[in-house]
Design a protein around this ligand. Sequence first.
Ligand SMILES: Cc1ncc(COP(=O)(O)O)c(C=O)c1O
Length: 485
Amino acid sequence: MRPDRTPPDHLDLDPEDWPSARAQAHRMLDDMLDYVEHVRDRPVWRPIPDAVRAALREPMPKEPSSLAEVHDAFLRLVLPYGTGNVHPGFMGWVHGGGSVAGMLGEMLAAGLNANLGGREHMPIEVEKQILRWLGPLFGMPEGAGGLFVTGSSMANFMAIQVARTAALGPEVRRRGLAASPERLVAYASSAVHGCVRRGMEMSGLGSDALRAIAVDRDWRLDLGALRAAIARDREAGLRPFMVVGTAGTVDTGAIDDLAGIAAIARDEGLWFHVDGAYGALAMLAPGLAPRLEGIQRADSLALDFHKWGQVPYDAGYLLVRDGALQQRTFAAPAVYLGREARGLAAGSPWPCDFGPDLSRGFRALKAWFTLKVYGTGRLGAVIEQTCAMARHLEARILASPDLELMAPVSLNIVCFRLRGADPDSLNRRVVEELHESGVAAPSTTTLDGHLVIRAAIVNHRTQARDIDALVDAVLQRRPDPVTHC
Ligand SMILES: Cc1ncc(COP(=O)(O)O)c(C=O)c1O
């Protein structure tokens, strides 16, 4: 029964029967907690049956359904066929495992339905608090800018925009790149994530203006090659403006020599951006943090809480040393976004002044919950544990004559393959079969022209037995030995 004095002809979307909506909500929460608690008992992933796909395809509903009916459809059609990254056997791409604290934070954020584009309200203070924590962790001064974004693809793109403003001045926003006589060029290793290249495209600089610098045998950017490329470009009359170092490359987990790149950036007057999509949070792990030396000198840094930070998707982040420059890159005053000294329109500058999004969700809350509930000590220990799991996998590979390690194990990513004739198609098939078996879900990549099985251990739930299950399942797919009579 509606407790208020809502007129009978008034339409809103709140429950007509709050007690039963509440009971249903509790069931939904319980079901999700059950899912997370017992995820290990499920297959990591399973193919989507045609009937399930077909069942989802219905005309847009004109008539209402009960919350219970829709939840039932979710349980039947969606939940069993997710990506699987909550499962400890998921080791593909770079997917975090999420956390219960983060999930509940997300639920509260949805209930509050805050828009963090701007205005004067406490959710923005929570987002600012994350900046107050992250800034010092990465050597950023007071006045640094920080913003939640979808992910590092967006954060890297935005960093390119800020670096471009640093090089050409804020008037480039109005006049466009074509008005500048200078051709900007940027540098990153050949192992840089593809989103940096796409960021160059989207920013109008063009991906040809991103120089792919050679890597050394450990897949780290070759500093000598970087210096040479910069010199060549200057000689050709181009304007080097930015260098991207990666803390944890997507293929092998290599950490570029960030201090070395920082020194070159300083000597050459380049913007130093670090793509720390997953690796940057290794700063929380005392055993790993020294390997990121130099990250504190970045002008900007992209990182994802939804990877090693175990915050549910999505929770990317951009840090910029010079917050005022970030603001000059994005702020776009409008009469309908007027700022006042008091009231709800106070609190300027607003987050929308530091990036392209006006409407923004409360991503900060799930990150705040995760950081507070687990503490940086435990999160850092979990990060170290994933690296220990990677070393366990490395040891199993080295101990097996049927397996071949395909890249040095730097952090938590292990690239290997099963030996056999036509190893590319063999290993591709092995990975497909592993996915369909539901036992483990690594992904593949190509290193030096060879297709390899790639296990990125990001999930805090992954144990040695999950690694063993992966190795055993790969070995079960050994090709039959060729017998000679
Ligand atoms: C090194 C690196 N950079 C950037 C990205 C893109 O991040 P996102 O998927 O959060 O956009 C990834 C994703 O795995 C990555 O590993």
